[in-house]
Write a protein that binds this ligand. Structure first.
Ligand SMILES: Nc1ncnc2c1ncn2[C@@H]1O[C@H](COP(=O)(O)OP(=O)(O)O)[C@@H](O)[C@H]1O
Ligand SMILES: [Mg+2]
Length: 238
């Protein structure tokens, strides 16, 4: 099977600061792939590079066989990449429903808006209850749900999630991972998941990449990685 999303030998960063040193990874259609690693490893930079928000020095970004390396961020988003950034980013003066509607910006997404809203409300019933509430008055976890819901409204081919569970209570993190599982199994959403919760991510994902200092240092099937001594020592044993 050809990969849905692939980055090849990417060297990227911010202006003169090189952060990624030859990173390659791929996400196949229907997969959940986890990208894990310590703070400062370059996980966020990898996601930003995929959507075109960094300086690229070398390498390629390929979406469904099409080289999008030279395309600006809005064009890549139009082709089906949606990033839920760290720290959310919702429009606080607008209502929940207005935020969700704004997520459906392509003509195709607008045509499917009612159907997609139903999907979002079925995985996040709390957003349905609060659809007329101003987004700025939502709790942290509700804002996170809204950020994910808004990204889903664009009907992404690949959903890129940057530490969506950060700062959430353990029970809510559990619920969020269950939502990821449902989105994938019931709705076929392909995901690249950047997470601090390494063990949970590996339990959910088909495959995973471990990143350190701007390089992929380990990759493989999740089950295999969970048995990897080095990874267990570094992340799984508390
Ligand atoms: N806007 C920026 N300008 C310069 N350096 C940055 C910028 N953002 C992040 N970095 C640096 O890039 C490295 C990787 O950061 P990041 O991708 O955010 O890591 P992670 O998400 O894995 O914690 C860090 O050393 C960080 O200081
Ligand atoms: Mg980060």
């Amino acid at each position: 099977m050809s990969p849905l999303l692939e980055i090849k030998d990417v060297e990227a960063g911010y202006g003169p600061f090189v952060v990624l040193h030859g990173v390659s990874l791929r996400v196949d259609r229907g997969e959940i792939v986890a990208l894990v690693g310590p703070n400062g490893a370059g996980k966020t930079t990898t996601l930003k590079t995929i959507v075109g928000l960094t300086t690229l020095y070398r390498g390629r970004v390929v979406l469904d066989g099409r080289d999008v390396t030279r395309e600006p961020p809005h064009a890549r988003v139009g082709r089906g990449l949606a990033l839920v950034p760290e720290g959310r980013g919702i429009f606080v003066p607008l209502t929940v429903l207005e935020n969700l509607r704004l997520g459906a910006y392509s003509r195709e997404a607008r045509a499917k808006m009612d159907e997609t809203l139903e999907m979002v409300f079925s995985v996040f019933p709390r957003l349905k209850e609060r659809r007329n509430q101003i987004a700025g008055t939502l709790s942290g976890e509700e804002s996170q749900m809204l950020a994910i819901g808004r990204a889903l409204m664009s009907r992404p081919r690949v959903l890129l999630l940057d530490e969506s569970s950060q700062g959430l209570a353990p029970k809510i993190v559990e619920e969020l991972f269950e939502v990821f599982r449902r989105l994938n199994s019931e709705w076929g959403v392909t995901m690249l998941l950047v997470e601090q919760h390494v063990k949970r991510s590996l339990e959910l994902a088909n495959r995973a990449y471990v990143m350190e200092s701007g390089r992929i240092v380990l990759e493989g099937e999740s089950g295999e990685l969970m048995r990897n001594e080095m990874l267990r020592k570094a992340y799984l044993v508390v």
